[in-house]
Design a protein around this ligand. Structure first.
Ligand SMILES: N[C@@H](CCC(=O)N[C@@H](CS)C(=O)NCC(=O)O)C(=O)O
Length: 195
């Protein structure tokens, strides 16, 4: 059985959405708490994530953590759902690149801007937030999904992040991104995941 250690309205919601898209059996275990930025909250001792964060997924006694790793783990395990190109498929490399982009490029850029950090981005391995906005808008202009015509877990991991960051004003709303977010959040599995 797949068990998702989850907290509603958090990064683990993306994995609920993915599991709904995959249509596979799973259970959610809502953690008792996580640490909050204002110093409140606490780690749930039952949460197997090494940092007490969500999401964490357990299956057959093994734990998978980090949203992008969980997405890859699940789409590789259930390839028949077609939510991630398999090893050897032409779009595989692009798929992996976008999965890594969420926590490696997009989040640092927008969180740095929110925190007024303006260091030399190149040295830090991050990218300037305005450039990330340009890249995302240019990529999604004229493409329905990150991998072109094909919806994939990259649209859940990165697209779900775009949707969230626009709502919380971490990144700018544009016509391209608004249309994209409407497209991905119109999916039945997204709506099911909200319940
Ligand atoms: N890079 C991680 C980030 C996970 C993360 O920070 N989750 C937040 C909730 S959205 C959390 O659990 N925070 C509690 C803490 O940091 O202790 C991922 O993508 O899975």
């Amino acid at each position: 059985m797949i068990t998702l250690h989850h907290l509603p309205n958090s990064r683990s919601s993306a994995i609920v959405w993915l599991l709904e898209e995959l249509g596979v059996p799973y259970e959610t275990r809502v953690v008792s708490a996580i640490r909050r930025p204002d110093g409140t909250g606490a780690r749930d001792p039952e949460n197997p994530h090494p940092h007490g964060k969500v999401p964490a997924l357990t299956q057959d006694g093994h734990t998978v953590f980090e949203t992008s790793a969980i997405a890859l783990y699940l789409t590789d395990q259930f390839p028949e759902a077609g939510l991630g190109p398999r090893v050897g498929e032409p779009l595989r490399g692009e798929y992996l690149s976008w999965l890594a982009y969420r926590s490696g490029v997009m989040e640092p850029a927008f969180i740095a801007r929110r925190l007024n950090i303006n260091h030399v981005f190149g040295m830090m391995g991050w990218a300037p937030p305005e450039e990330v906005e340009e890249v995302l808008n240019a990529h999604l202009k004229g493409r329905p999904y990150f991998l072109g015509d094909r919806f994939s877990a990259a649209d859940i991991v990165v697209g779900g992040g775009i949707n969230w960051m626009i709502q919380f004003k971490l990144m700018a709303q544009t016509d391209v991104l608004a249309a994209y977010c409407a497209r991905i959040t119109g999916r039945p599995a997204y709506k099911a995941s909200l319940q």
